[in-house]
Ligand binder design. Structure first.
Ligand SMILES: Cc1ncc(COP(=O)(O)O)c(C=O)c1O
Length: 479
């Protein structure tokens, strides 16, 4: 039997690969085909339902996406808070460009990185109290994994039980998935069993849980629930939670991945209540809306207990891409921009204005709008459930497209805002009746007015016309 011949002298043949320039030029049909074949075929169904599958974004600048066919889309979505600085903020782009031109280094595992150290110091300076010790990663999930790990390591196995909130979202990686309260996301995965759930914002439920179960050593909650539909805890909740945690020796982990970094008008949303958690996490726009960057920040005492000795230090040292050079300098520049351009003040001012104007629209369109809530530029618009009010014939047609659409106006509103007004808004994982407005913190008064005028005009069409326009213009539109 003859052996197969191995060629050792020739380089492997180059497979047919897309070049960068070819990738930039791909048309919508090809992108849809590649996405279906290699990324997520099921997701294409939802992109098609909203008419988003026909759009190819060519560039993005400031508050706008610019499409291949020249449309300028006003971004009130903000990448679920990851575009806080707007698209391609000139100062952040220039800092990155200079860093590249100077051939600075990226990976910082062998040597101490001046960039990671300076960024950590900046975050410790900004964070209140002794929230001084920083772990750098690339995503919110990674930051939250680090947050739960530092708390568990400090508490020890006897107190490793985690109390979390109903309707919580803390990420989809294997650890934090256990405290992300979604049967859809948790699916059939084996979860961490050592956990207990209470309604969000219910201090009596927290009190009872902590009093009855000494194994609970960690409480984890978003300061404002984002995926749950922009939900705030009642006045006084965080101060009482802090007091309860102190009384029972429980560590409080505040997830600020969505609500942090100035979005509510203060750097951390928990600052409004004058309280300091034991551990917190940031991500999303931390990399200046240009780099993937997440951070866990822990109180020094807790960090030292968990990882403070040479013997324990490496349990936790950063992953390969933690503290990458260019990501760190993007974050350093972003933090300086946040203060120097008064973006937190702008978030507060424009947020107050939007909420006032949206409440005006609620008074004008009471059959459509149920509630406006939020703080700063983290705003939820809750629509009335229309499963009962939608005309029967339309209900049937809509249900044929997707069952999720039948009671919820958000899909129709979001699709038509994009189709007819070139405006982008965000949907909400757990509450299909809530549209999230989380625009970049650079949004102007004029852009807020533009958005309000568009929404008013669309709502003035009334339920029947909104649904039929959606069916005619988006669901059955070709090309
Ligand atoms: C509150 C909160 N925590 C954690 C995460 C996870 O962040 P990432 O998607 O970057 O992993 C998110 C993402 O939306 C979030 O909103």
């Amino acid at each position: 039997m003859s052996m197969p011949a191995f060629k050792t002298d020739a380089a492997p043949a180059r497979p047919k690969l897309y070049s960068v320039e070819e990738a930039k030029q791909l048309d919508a049909t090809t992108v849809r085909e590649l996405f279906t074949a290699h990324v997520n075929p099921g997701q294409v169904h939802f992109l098609k339902l909203l008419g988003f599958d026909k759009i190819i974004v060519d560039r993005a600048q400031g508050m706008h996406y610019i499409t291949r066919d020249g449309r300028k889309i006003l971004d009130f979505f903000g990448g679920f808070c990851s575009v806080a600085f707007g698209h391609n903020h000139p100062r952040i782009v220039a800092a990155r460009q200079k860093f590249q031109d100077e051939n600075r280094h990226e990976i910082c595992m062998a040597f101490m990185s001046q960039y990671a150290s300076a960024l950590a110091a900046n975050l410790a300076t900004i964070a209140p109290g002794d929230l001084d010790m920083v772990f750098l990663g690339s995503t919110g999930s990674e930051a939250m994994e680090a947050a739960l790990k530092v708390a568990e390591q400090a508490q020890g196995p006897a107190r490793s039980k985690i109390l979390h909130a109903a309707n919580s979202f803390h990420g989809k990686t294997k650890g934090v998935l256990s405290v992300t309260d979604s049967t859809l996301y948790q699916s059939q995965f084996k979860l961490v069993e050592n956990r207990v759930k209470v309604p969000f914002g219910d201090i009596e439920a927290v009190r009872q849980a902590l009093e009855s179960d000494p194994a609970i050593g960690i409480v984890v909650m978003e300061t404002i629930q984002g995926g749950g539909g922009i939900v705030e805890a009642p006045e006084g909740f965080w101060r009482e939670l802090r007091a309860l945690c102190d009384k029972h020796g429980v560590l409080w982990v505040a997830d600020e991945v969505q609500c942090g970094l100035g979005r509510t008008g203060q750097f951390f949303a928990f600052e409004r209540d004058g309280v300091v958690p034991d551990v917190t996490a940031l991500a999303k726009a931390l990399g200046g809306s240009k780099a993937a960057m997440g951070a866990m920040i822990a109180r020094r005492e807790i960090y030292m207990k968990a990882y403070g000795k040479p013997k324990t230090a490496l349990i936790h040292a950063q992953a390969t891409f933690g503290g990458m050079g260019e990501a760190c300098i993007s974050a350093i520049e972003a933090l300086n921009v946040l203060y120097e351009e008064d973006l937190m003040g702008n978030a507060q001012r424009q947020g107050d204005y939007l909420i006032e104007k949206l409440n005006g629209l609620r008074a004008k369109h009471p059959s459509l709008l149920k509630e406006i809530r939020g703080r700063g530029l983290m705003i939820g618009i809750e629509f009335n459930d229309i499963s009962e009010t939608m005309p029967f014939g339309l209900k049937h047609m809509v249900a044929l497209l997707d069952d999720k659409l039948k009671g919820s106006l958000c899909g129709f509103i979001g699709a038509l805002l994009l189709k007819d007004y070139d405006m982008l808004v965000a949907f909400t994982e757990y509450n299909r009746n809530v549209i999230r407005l989380e625009p970049p913190l650079i949004v102007t008064r004029e852009q807020c007015d533009e958005f309000i005028a568009a929404l008013d005009d669309l709502l003035s069409r009334g339920i029947t016309k909104i649904v039929t326009d959606y069916l005619r213009k988006v669901a059955v539109a070709k090309g």
